[in-house]
Design a protein around this ligand. Structure first.
Ligand SMILES: Nc1ncnc2c1ncn2[C@@H]1O[C@H](COP(=O)(O)OP(=O)(O)OP(=O)(O)O)[C@@H](O)[C@H]1O
Ligand SMILES: [Mg+2]
Length: 249
């Protein structure tokens, strides 16, 4: 059982995503062992852990890119384990992958619109495009440019924007800060708070624990494919074990 560090009297929000006993991996290689966690409705939650701990594997399993061996993934009361990726996206989970993965040869605008490919509500798609351009004005300035020629920070904005364009109920972001300057990470963190302020639930995966704890309110620590600790970022951020193991303090 993971150690829970919870503020006394705090009542966690009603879960939007509930994972129980999840086991997953690649071929014969098992990566996730009995992972259980929950993400509150409207919350901004992070998953942290060292290289190779299984963070990306967890997001890939939630989004249907990997099929779990066991366990359940309940989203808004519905079972998603074993469903294909397009069905998971249609249910309202968007996955911003590690490394951003924008499409070469397509403009910024077309990359953003690809996020909305399952949608038929054209007017609302245009509203969401305007929201993304309002959030990241540089993307509007660069909307006709090949998305893969954007700077690293701009590509991350475009990848997040593409996620928003599916109008998800849960936005999952894998490695927000990877390879980006601190000032840019701060800017992206502010954008996530703004997005979360609209009521969208966010699950952030980060290797940089300090950054993750500044942005998120709840945290799960993953060690070698298992959840080892959970609690508010405020409490975990002052936990000596976490400070020593993950923050170099
Ligand atoms: N396609 C794959 N085939 C086989 N093994 C894989 C594959 N992708 C990842 N793994 C293994 O699964 C384990 C967990 O990897 P994962 O990418 O989930 O870690 P992570 O926590 O996201 O790490 P990082 O912080 O470096 O992104 C690692 O041991 C890795 O080698
Ligand atoms: Mg990863």
């Amino acid at each position: 059982m993971p150690e829970t560090v919870e503020a006394p009297g705090s009542s966690p929000a009603e879960p939007l995503l509930e994972i129980d006993g999840l086991q997953s991996g690649y071929g014969d290689v098992q990566v996730l062992w009995d992972v259980s966690l929950s993400v509150g409705r409207g919350d901004l939650t992070c998953i942290v852990g060292s290289n190779g701990a299984g963070k990306s594997t967890l997001l890939r399993t939630i989004s249907g890119l990997l099929t779990p061996r066991a366990g359940s993934i309940r989203f808004d009361g519905e079972e998603l384990a074993g469903q294909p990726a397009d069905a998971v996206l249609a249910r309202g989970i968007a996955h911003v992958p590690e490394g951003r993965r924008l499409f070469k040869g397509l403009s910024v605008r077309d990359n953003l619109l690809l996020g909305a490919y399952l949608r038929r509500d054209r007017d609302a798609v245009q509203e969401d495009l305007a929201f993304v351009y309002g959030l990241f004005p540089i993307l509007k300035d660069r909307q006709w440019q090949d998305a893969t020629t954007l700077s690293g920070g701009e590509q991350q904005m475009c990848a997040i924007g593409r996620g928003i364009m599916s109008r998800p109920r849960l936005l999952m972001i894998d490695e927000l800060s990877l390879g980006l300057a601190p000032r840019l990470v701060e800017r992206l963190g502010e954008a996530l708070l703004q997005i979360n302020g609209t009521g969208l639930t966010i699950l952030l995966v980060e290797q940089d624990v300090m950054t993750a704890f500044e942005i998120a309110r709840q945290a799960f620590v993953i060690e070698t494919g298992r959840v080892s600790m959970t609690g508010t970022t405020e409490r975990l951020g002052s936990d000596p074990k976490i400070r020593e193991a993950y923050m170099g303090l």
